[in-house]
Design a protein around this ligand. Structure first.
Ligand code: AHR
Length: 306
């Protein structure tokens, strides 16, 4: 589980460069790919020596990587935690070694004194945006609306918070019923497999809410193979707004997307530089995001970076 990197490591490094050890969740989705690219490019532009490791969606890999960054005495550790729980011990080890930790993208349930800053989206708000769309779309419904939810990785902050935000909104209309809710682990393959099984068990599905674009795209394949029309026979709403999701939205196969921006690299490098300069950093930095209709997706696609 070697963390690979470039240039010299160590506190301050021989070349005077700041060394950042970054532990990435994995490469489960288009979002994650764009996020990794953003972090690598921004580190290079900022002149920061990046040590990068992909944990393949396993917490034990992330913990081992963080321990190796502590041993290597990097200047700052940043990571996107695969799940919310189980970080206390390793965060205390980093603190004891006086290495500041920055969370990116996903939250932990540890004491906030164990990390310096948390940069990322408001996942509850994203779920609420999907809930608001759903409330409006079915405001005149007189019969039950059968909803399927494809959840993200079990125990991860985006899966917990998006579900919470969505369900809190739709609770105000008793016609809106979640008839199945299962994890597709944020991957296209699992999205397809889980949706295939759900389609077999449930002849009437009106709406699918997938916690990310990739699971939604996997589900689109399952819906088409079941002889139904995605976006029409079954409406689909997702979160992320990565390229393939936006294309499916513009093509009419997805009905609405709430954005989750993966472009965290520049802000992360600013935080790292401030920490090393002894300047104050905000404890919580929330990423700015929007939502897209089909029309808005067609307009945005030509200039979209990812
Ligand atoms: O933590 C962000 C989520 O993780 C993205 O929505 C999803 O695509 C990714 O896998």
């Amino acid at each position: 589980l070697a963390a690979c990197g470039s240039g010299s490591g160590g506190s301050g490094g021989d070349d005077g460069k700041i060394t950042l050890g970054f532990s990435q969740v994995g490469s489960e989705s288009g979002w994650r790919e764009a996020n990794t690219k953003s972090i690598k490019e921004s580190a290079q532009t900022a002149g920061i020596d990046l040590k990068f490791s992909d944990a393949q969606q396993k917490q034990e890999n992330q913990i081992a990587t963080i321990r190796s960054y502590i041993q290597q005495k990097v200047d700052v550790i940043a990571f996107s935690p695969v799940v919310v729980t189980g970080w206390d011990a390793v965060l205390k080890e980093a603190q004891a070694a006086k290495i500041p930790v920055v969370l990116t993208d996903r939250a932990v349930d540890s004491d906030p004194s164990l990390y310096v800053s948390f940069l990322g989206s408001d996942f509850v708000k994203e779920g609420e945006a999907i809930g608001d769309w759903t409330l409006n779309e079915y405001k005149d419904a007189t019969a039950p609306v059968n909803i399927v939810q494809l959840e993200g990785t079990v125990g991860s902050a985006p899966a917990i918070d998006r579900k919470k935000g969505f369900e809190s909104k739709i609770a105000s209309n008793p016609n809106l019923k979640v008839i199945a809710s299962q994890s597709g682990d944020f991957t296209r393959a699992d999205g397809k497999e889980v949706m295939t099984a759900i389609l077999k068990a449930n002849p009437k599905i009106d709406l699918l809410f997938a916690h990310n674009d990739d699971m939604g795209i996997g589900a689109i394949q399952a819906i088409e193979e079941a002889g139904k029309k995605p976006g029409a026979d079954i409406k689909i709403v997702t979160i992320d707004a990565v390229h393939d999701g936006m294309q499916a939205l513009a093509d009419g196969k997805i009905n609405f997307i709430a954005e989750c921006s993966p472009l965290l690299g520049d802000q992360l490098m600013d935080i790292v530089k401030k920490i090393k300069a002894g300047q104050p950093v905000e404890k919580r930095i929330i990423t700015e995001e929007t939502t897209f209709t089909q029309q808005q997706a067609s307009e945005a696609l030509p200039n979209r970076k990812y």
